[in-house]
Ligand binder design. Sequence first.
Ligand code: ADP
Ligand code: MG
Length: 724
Amino acid sequence: MSGNQSRAEAVHQITNREPVNVTKTEYLGDIWASDVFNLKRMEWALSKKAYKAVKNTIETGEPLDIATADVVAAAMKEWAISKGAKFFSHIFYPLTNVTAEKHDGFIVTDSSGNAITEFSGSLLIKGEPDGSSFPNGSIRMTNAARGYTAWDPTSPAYIMETPNGATLTIPSVFMSWTGESLDKKIPLLRSNKAMNKAAQKVLKLMGETDIAPLNSSCGAEQEYFLVDANFANSRPDLLLTGRTLFGAPSAKGQEFDDHYFGAIPERVQVFMQDFEDKLYKLGIPAKTHHNEVAPGQFEIAPYFESANIASDHQQLLMTQLKKAAKKHGFICLLHEKPFAGINGSGKHVNWSVGNSTQGNLLDPGSTPHDNLNFLLFCGAVIRGVHIHGPLLRAVVATAGNDHRLGANEAPPAILSVYLGDQLEKVYADIQEGKLTASAAGGLTKLGLSQILDFERDPGDRNRTSPFAFTGNRFEFRAVGSAQSVSGPLVAMNTILADSLEWIAEKLQAELSSGKEKAAAVISVLQTLMKEHGNAVFGGDGYSSEWHIKAVTERGLKNIPTTADALPALLGDSVKKLFETTGVLSPVELESRYEVYSEQYILSIQVEAKLMVEMAKTLIYPAASHYMTGLADANASMASMDIELDSSVAKTVATETNAMMTAVTKLNAALKKEDFASTEEHMKYFATEILSLMNEVRIHADLLEGEVADELWPLPKYREMLFIK
Ligand code: ADP
Ligand code: MG
């Protein structure tokens, strides 16, 4: 089928589409967590003793004994089989931002050939997929290529349904034979532990006596695009890379702001309800959904949960999102920048820490006492962002996200903290010594009424900040839409742990010198703000003044590309941070650097190769076909003694030629292989390759505006974005 035919066919298909057959959405009470083997279900299915043991493991993270694991496994199997499962699978989270699973049957045969089912505690606890085909940096140097998955009892098992079957799915960690983490879950669990340890120290010094284990929480807002599958299937770039490598802007884009929070198209609404019913069954608390800024762009945000579970659920949500979209005739694009010239997609990671005794430590609370705890924890975050801004940039560094960060629609690639006017003033007062407790002592004299009346949902939310305090949590807005939230959560938990350790040490010294508690806190915070207050910024993060001032006056770093960002993982301060907190060993950290750099290079390489192919096999033929047509037209006009305006023909010829010249250059540039280091290799892609790709695209997109519509081979922006 010629390009035009397949485009026309796509429109035809869409016009005649029958609505997807869905059953009416089900009663929430009936479906909520119906596919999850959660604590409630365990309480029902297990002996009191086994239930208590599992509950203790979930709450404290202590290991489960094998006898209990056997009991749990038996109950889990029973339940799963009753739900139609024949297979079980350990699901794990390799360094690729997607999930991996290996399926095993419950079935075994006995000596007389009869089929029985089997699922022991040891099968539940440990699986053994071959680790050799998952990216692991250099950790696989040992000759044991095997990787192990191990059940994470703190994240509940669930049933993964397919139209004619079901699989018991067991959230797991993934490690090498030698015990190194090869995944995103292990460091997340470790970072939580480190944060808990440090937070306990601080809270003890603050006079707390009953302190439950602290946990971090996460609520992630997921943005995505939906494109009709009929169009997407005619766009090799969308299918292979998740973004359009070519495409001229549509005459109408997002300038009317008429999509944001507008009425959701019915077909999308049906998809969302179907998809959310799936989430509810899986125990994922989908809470809000709406249109986003760009046409064809939407958002879903579940209610926040403990970070480890939220992270597993986030991965599951992305998988379900793609699956449901397909069922409804869409392709779901999670890429950070699927379309040039209109907004891309991000994932806001809302994060807080707390426990059952002190509550949310990032909530200012309503007593001066709560206020002091809050000021310390919030101060710890400020210090962390200031020291480890480059780390926070590195954990959101991907080839896709580079298109979005700093592009006037998303936070800049400079890490600063937004506190809101009120809180910014409190910290500024502390820094300048205006807020002292030294006078008569006592909490009430602190003037903390400023934050007692803290505005919980400040109207002046600053959307231009990459890292914003939003009333009772921080919101990390620079995270990419396709990314796992684990990396960002690990970084936030770990920098908080490090800062809280620092605070504990200083606070201890102040208190030992005989200072009263409030005075000690203010004094520690004053030191902290003097050293790290430069990270606090309440202005417009998109403005060019800030981009200059941040670097020259504040000493912050502007890190535009992944190639510039990832090497931070090898820096001494980051190495030390992860080593002292026990979150990642130097070997594990280095392996992550290797894997992420390789992914960066590979994803651009795939795009560039595809671009060469598409330019040669789709765009060039369409343009030359059109030129032939124009030449014929010119000839027949000339035979009538009419001189035709030749400007179109000239433009098409010039642009085609320029495009092919750039294609040849790009193709040649891709052949280079000798790089002194991974860093140099990344830089080459960030500069040479990307700018050549840009050059090819400019000419191709100009051609799109010249060549006859019926000859153009690729569905256009106006079609993909507006035909639903
Ligand atoms: P926004 O106004 O930023 O679009 P949404 O309501 O869409 O906000 O999403 C906010 C997210 O933050 C939700 O997932 C919500 O559950 C989560 N959230 C709320 N409070 C906390 C908290 N204390 N810790 C972590 N996440 C939170
Ligand atoms: Mg948000």
